[in-house]
Design a protein around this ligand. Structure first.
Ligand code: SF4
Length: 370
């Protein structure tokens, strides 16, 4: 692993969207998720009879190519973290398929997953609780080598010190403890641990949301620099649409366990087709006051319905200002309305596709048309 990189992400600003040229989406995806579902039974009584089902994730499909970043966004409770945990195999899926490098890993046992753990790693949200306060940085970052019983050319200590340099820390931090570091530095320690076994895919669950705004940009820049240097593939789960815009190539929007829109980053942010995406984007702060005046702010009415009893047909119809009778009766499938841009809506925005065309496309619907 190279140690020649300057302290990555040291700048306090995030690079402009699209500043880094990424490899094109060609060939087999590294990760392919098809019709993934996670239903949790709700039990009651002495006999613990099942009385209901929470459909936390209910038929989600997407793919991610090598070297690319998929941003998974949505409000709290939409199922994005559950999806990430199923990809990591920390949670078994109820049905559907997860393929990694073309292999179906959906029903892999923990023992069969062990060698794959090198290739698929996770960055956790909370840099305070995800590091053991009683262990030194050296022990924390070196743990994956010991767990996987991996010998390194110049010893684990040298490998850990190289990793610390790679994430913008000092090799001298090796013997220090987590409480001696700031939040941003702790997240860097967590990232160094994640990179120890040179993974191919990283699932980052809210990687910066627990950090001060002033250091969020540094960690986002660090993740981008590391992706370029190590050819990493990311699934970034976040509720902050500004962060997702900067880091993602493609963005998937979830609502109440369903994928409602997926598109290339710029296409989605400039021409959102699903009303829910449009509402979410209308709430993103705009730094330039001149542009703020031109924007229509959409305030959604009511709370997100309970996943225990989601609304029938289009799950968004109870909050959608465009809802009509058909929205309460027929579930809109996720269909491709322009190249690479899919949305699940009977009356999409920013498209010339008519309702009749949407129905016709729905008849030939397929999962992610990548
Ligand atoms: Fe709104 Fe109807 Fe589209 Fe659902 S299908 S998002 S209720 S317009």
């Amino acid at each position: 692993m190279s140690t020649s990189q300057s302290p990555a992400g040291a700048e306090g600003t995030v690079a402009a969207p699209g500043a880094n040229a990424k490899p094109a989406r060609t060939g087999e995806p590294l990760l392919e998720v098809t019709d993934l579902r996670k239903h949790f039974p709700v039990t009651a009584g002495l006999l613990r009879r099942q009385v209901a089902t929470v459909k936390a994730v209910d038929g989600v499909s997407f793919s991610v190519h090598k070297g690319q970043t998929l941003g998974l966004v949505g409000e709290s409770g939409c199922g994005k973290t559950t999806t990430g945990r199923m990809i990591m195999k920390l949670l078994d899926s109820t049905s559907g398929k997860i393929a990694f490098e073309g292999h179906d890993i959906t029903r892999y046992s923990q023992a069969r997953m062990r060698p794959l753990r090198r290739d698929i790693q996770m960055i956790f949200q909370d840099p305070y609780s995800s590091l053991n306060p009683r262990k030194t940085v050296g022990a924390i970052v070196g743990a994956p080598f010991r767990l996987q019983n991996i010998q390194t050319e110049n010893g684990v200590k040298k490998a850990v010190q190289e990793l610390l340099e790679l994430v913008g820390l000092s090799p001298e931090h090796y013997n220090r403890y987590p409480h001696e570091f700031s939040g941003g530095q702790r997240q860097r320690i967590g990232i160094a641990r994640t990179l120890a076994l040179k993974p191919k895919l990283i699932v980052a669950d809210e990687p910066v949301s627990a950090l001060d705004v002033s250091v969020q940009a540094q960690v986002v820049n660090l993740l981008e620099d590391l992706q370029d240097e190590l050819d990493l593939t990311y699934v970034v789960i976040a509720h902050d649409l500004s962060v997702v815009r900067h880091i993602s190539d493609r963005v998937a929007v979830m609502y109440l366990g369903k994928l409602v829109e997926i598109a290339d980053r710029d296409d989605l942010y400039e021409r959102p087709m699903h009303p829910y995406t449009k509402a979410l984007l209308s709430a993103v702060p705009i730094p330039d006051p001149a542009q703020r005046d031109n924007r229509e702010r959409i305030r959604l009415q009511g709370d997100v319905p309970s996943p225990l009893d989601p609304p029938p047909a289009c799950r968004f119809h109870t909050r959608c200002w465009k809802a009509q009778d058909i929205c309460k009766q027929v579930e809109p499938p996720l269909v491709e309305l322009s190249p690479g841009h899919m949305a699940a809506c009977h009356f999409p925005e920013n498209t010339t596709v008519s309702e009749t065309d949407v129905v016709a496309k729905a008849a030939v619907v397929s999962p992610e048309a990548d």
